[in-house]
Ligand binder design. Sequence first.
Ligand SMILES: [Zn+2]
Length: 198
Amino acid sequence: MGNYVSDRVGNYVSVRPLHVGNCVSADTSVHYVVSCWCEQRCVDVLLPHLAGVTVDRFERTAGGLRIWARHRAGEAACGGCGQVSARVHSRYERRMVDTAIGGRHVVIRLRVRRFFCDATGCSARTFAEQVTDLTSPYARQTPLLRQTLETIGLALAGRAGARLAGRLALPTSRSSVLRLVRAPARARRGRGEAARRG
Ligand SMILES: [Zn+2]
C-alpha cells in the first residue's frame, strides 16, 4: 500500500503520511505499520468489521497474522446506564480471535480503555469500552468468527465442523462448535415461545 489516493477525477495523487511507517523483517515474522489515512481507508474497505478501530500494525508470523488496533472514539458509553464518559481509568490489552485472512489464522490485539462512570445512581464505578461489530463483554471471538463457526456447526455438527474450521484456519474444538450450535437453538426456541405468548 503506497501513499497515494484517487482524486475527484480519478488521478492518483500523493498524500503526505501522518508519520513514517516501516516494515521489519525477521526470521519468523514481518511487521507492517499502517502509517497514513489512505492505508487505513484500505483496511476499512477490506476488513469492514474493523471500521470502528484504528489499525496500528500487522504482524505476519509463522502461525498466522496479528493485528494491533485501538478504538477510534475518544469516549464511550457506560453499559449500565448509557452515560458517555471521556475520563479514562486505565488501559489494557484484549485478544480477540477473528476470521482468517488469506488462509491465515488471525488474532486481534485490541488496546482497550476502562472509563469512569460519573452518573449518579449508576452502580458501575468504571466500565470497559466495547467496539461495535468487534467486541462484546467477555467474548474472545469476534462476532464475525462466531457467526462463521455457527454456520459451519449447523451444517456439519461438532466433529466434522471442527475439522472443516481447522482447514479454514479457524481453529476450534468439537465441543466449542456444539456449544455455538446449541446457543442459537435456545435463542430460536425462546423467540418462538415469546411469539406464541404474544
Ligand atoms: Zn454508568
